[in-house]
Design a protein around this ligand. Sequence first.
Ligand code: LLP
Length: 463
Amino acid sequence: MSRSAHPAGPRHADVLPEGHWTAPATDLNALDEKVWSRTVTRDADGALTVGGIEVARLAEEFGTPAYILDESDFRARCRAWADAFGADADVFYAGKAFLSRAVVRWLTEEGLNLDVCSGGELATALDAGMPVERIAFHGNNKTVAEIERAVSVGVGRIVLDSFQEIVRVAHIAQSLGKRQRVQIRVTVGVEAHTHEFIATAHEDQKFGIALAGGQAAEAVRRALTLDGLELVGIHSHIGSQIFDMAGFEVSARRVVQLLAEIRDEHGVELPEIDLGGGLGIAYTSEDDPREPHEIAKALGDIVTRECESAGLATPRISVEPGRAIVGPTAFTLYEVGTIKPLEGLRTYVSVDGGMSDNIRTALYDAEYSVSLVSRTSDAEPMLVRVVGKHCESGDIVVKDAFLPADLAPGDLIAVPATGAYCRSMASNYNHALRPPVVAVRDGRARVIVRRETEEDLLRLDVG
Ligand code: LLP
């Protein structure tokens, strides 16, 4: 994803430009339910609670920074996706957004499938007992060892990403005496980001095999001749943080067109299509994500219509939401350390984490919201930039937001919608210790990924 194409939009100047969406909310204490997980509320004293537990208690017991994950919200979102798509379709949670053994167990219990894209994600899934036939294995350069493991344990599907991989997987499957179910990932010529919808420059990327120039058709031709492979479908993933269904519409139309060509050339109707993930969530009050049932209906209608007009039976549809499931279910809890007002500009609020627990702001110019959560305040709003403790001026967590002017060191603030691509992209930069993930549910909190310790760091450093 290129910097300039990312939904977060271009970097702007140091002061808030006129007309920028960020304006002081009429009530800084209000919690917009679009960006907070579902059990978040304020108690009678004004402190934020989640799953019935007050944040101060969480901070005391688990320390800060910490990712606080609302388990019942996660499970509810899984069920909403599964119900929306129904028995004739499959929902694969994209583990890259955030994966842990507890998450795998929740997915298993809630009836979802799992998309993994590395040996590490596969190992986590297997260790936590995800039924192997419910696992899809992705990646543009899977190693031979990864493919061997995936094939030998019997994953439900491998998504082939290149011409080399078609032969590689076929050979490995054959030498293990297996026939592997596979899909071919095609690039349909659509790159969609939020409101943008760019139909050019699409082949210029590392993923998949282009539909253009008959390449995907050639890949299908080859896959169909190889004994080690059972080609079951075509896969397409068009981008990230997408709100507009138009990109999916074009993608589905082009994939169905390919299915029709395959039928005409080979006399086979492939039974599956996967339309990938990429559905957007609300990071700020400005974002308006769609509900799973709207997405399911839109995708189902498009595929049915296109198949009818091509004279094909409707294939089994699958989707791979990651962010849309886990993103809204967690927030990052920080303690304010220092406050530096810059007259006429903004106030820098430094927290005890930063780019090591949320790289998305630095990497994509992503927008986030932030609230004072240990108490309410009637003070005037002040324009803040929430920054971390790393040795880098680009170490920004929330670029522009308003917090009450009486904010003080020791206050707890929280950044919502950090469930996706924050812990999973966390780093040890400056030898930071990666924060824990604490799951809360019905008044109980438990660590599902513990905080790193100096011992963990030193264990890898063998001297
Ligand atoms: N399926 C495939 C094949 C993917 O490549 C991805 C994401 C997904 C599903 C899940 O997409 P989601 O529904 O979570 O948007 N680090 C970036 C996002 C990278 C996404 C890569 N692929 C970010 O923080 O925005």
